[in-house]
Design a protein around this ligand. Structure first.
Ligand SMILES: [Fe+2]
Length: 328
C-alpha cells in the first residue's frame, strides 16, 4: 500500500537538465550575401602528398573499413587536436575515400562556434549556405533542427531519398565538409553516400567519353529566389579533382539521359555506404566526389534532432575535356 510517507520518501525524479546547445539554435539573416569572391584554392590534401607518410594521423586510431569504396570509420582519434599536418592528411584521406566517420568527438563538438569556424577555415574560405539557418553571428555554420513540433515534408513523394551534391551552382562550391549531431533520435535519419568516382568508372568507355562532351546547368533559382547573387552557372558535366585525378560525374538536367544517370547513382548500392548516427560522431566528406541523401524516416518518433555543419569552399570545377569552354 502506498502511504503518504512512502510518497514523501520516494526518490525525487531528477530535474531535466537544460539543453546545453541553445547557443546553436537557428537564426536567419535578412541581408543579401555579398558577391562571391574568386580565389586560388590550394587543396590541403595536396600538401599531404609531400609527406613521407600521409597516414600518421591515424597512428593511434582504430580504423574500420566500412566497405571497399568508403574505407574509414575511425575510433580513438581526437579531431579537435589535429595540427596542420594532421588536417592535411585528413583532407587527403577524405579525398581518396570520399567520406570518413570519426566517433567520440566530444572536444570537437563541445568547443563551440569559434572553434568550428577556425577549424573549417584551415581548408579554405567558409561556405555559407544561402538558405539554411545559422547561429547568431555565425552565418557560415549550417544548422539543422527538428523537434516534436516540426513539420516533415514526407508526403510529397513516395520516398524521402534525394541524391544530391550541396550547392553545386556556386562558382567555387564547397569541398571538404564536416557534419555532426548535437542531439538525435534513438534511430533514424541515416545518411547515405555514394562515390561519384565509381559511378563514373563503372560506365562504358563510350558513355564516359560521351559525358566529357556534355555540359549541365547547375541552378538554384527555383528554390532560392534572390537570396544570393550569381546563383546560376554552367559547367561541364564532368570535372577533375585537382589532387585525386579521378574524373567525376556531376549531372543536373539531360532529360532521358539524365534519368539514366540518376538511376545509376541511386541503384548502384555497390558504390554506396549507409551511415548510422552515433552520439558524438562527426562525418567528414568531400562534396565534389560524392553525392548523399538523408532518410526522413523518424517523424513519428517526435524526436529532437539538432546538428551543425561547416564547409570550406574549394576550386572552381576543372574541365574534363580539353577545348571545352566553361560558361559563366
Ligand atoms: Fe545535402
Amino acid at each position: 500500500m502506498v502511504t503518504s510517507d512512502h510518497v514523501k520518501d520516494a526518490p525525487a525524479k531528477p530535474a531535466e537538465e537544460p539543453y546545453r546547445y541553445t547557443y546553436l539554435m537557428k537564426t536567419w539573416s535578412i541581408e543579401k550575401s555579398p558577391p562571391l569572391q574568386p580565389f586560388t584554392h590550394v587543396d590541403a590534401s595536396s600538401r599531404a602528398l609531400n609527406y613521407a607518410n600521409p597516414r600518421t594521423f591515424l597512428d593511434s586510431a582504430n580504423v574500420v573499413e566500412m566497405m571497399p569504396a568508403f574505407r574509414s570509420e575511425v575510433q580513438r582519434l581526437n579531431l579537435a587536436e589535429l595540427d596542420g599536418e594532421g588536417k592535411d592528411q585528413l583532407a587527403l584521406n577524405v579525398a581518396c575515400n570520399g567520406v570518413i566517420v570519426l566517433h567520440n568527438q566530444q572536444d570537437f563538438i563541445n568547443w563551440g562556434l569559434k572553434f568550428y569556424t577556425e577549424w573549417g577555415r584551415y581548408f579554405g574560405p567558409l561556405h555559407a549556405h544561402p538558405l539554411a539557418g545559422h547561429p547568431e553571428g555565425y552565418p557560415d555554420i549550417h544548422l539543422v533542427y527538428k523537434d516534436a513540433n516540426s513539420h516533415f515534408n514526407t508526403m510529397d513523394s513516395i520516398t524521402t531519398t534525394v541524391w544530391h551534391s550541396d550547392c553545386s551552382f556556386k562558382l567555387q562550391p564547397a569541398g571538404i565538409t564536416a557534419f555532426w549531431l548535437l542531439s538525435q533520435p534513438k534511430t533514424g535519419r541515416d545518411m547515405l553516400y555514394t562515390t561519384q568516382v565509381l559511378n563514373l568508372q563503372s560506365l562504358s568507355p563510350t558513355m564516359a567519353n560521351f559525358l566529357c562532351t556534355l555540359k549541365a546547368m547547375h541552378t538554384a533559382v527555383n528554390s532560392m529566389c534572390s537570396k544570393c547573387s550569381g546563383m546560376v552557372r554552367q559547367e561541364p558535366i564532368e570535372t577533375v579533382h585537382p589532387v585525386e585525378c579521378h574524373t567525376r560525374l556531376q549531372v543536373r538536367k539531360l532529360y532521358l539521359l539524365l534519368n539514366f544517370f540518376y538511376d545509376h547513382v541511386a541503384m548502384s548500392t555497390d558504390h554506396q555506404v549507409r551511415i548510422k548516427w552515433e552520439p558524438m560522431s562527426v562525418v567528414v566528406w568531400v562534396r565534389g566526389t560524392t553525392a548523399h541523401t538523408a532518410t526522413s524516416d523518424y517523424a513519428h518518433l517526435k524526436a529532437h534532432r539538432h546538428g551543425a555543419r561547416i564547409s570550406a569552399q574549394a576550386e572552381r570545377p576543372i574541365l574534363a575535356l580539353d577545348g571545352l569552354k566553361m560558361d559563366d
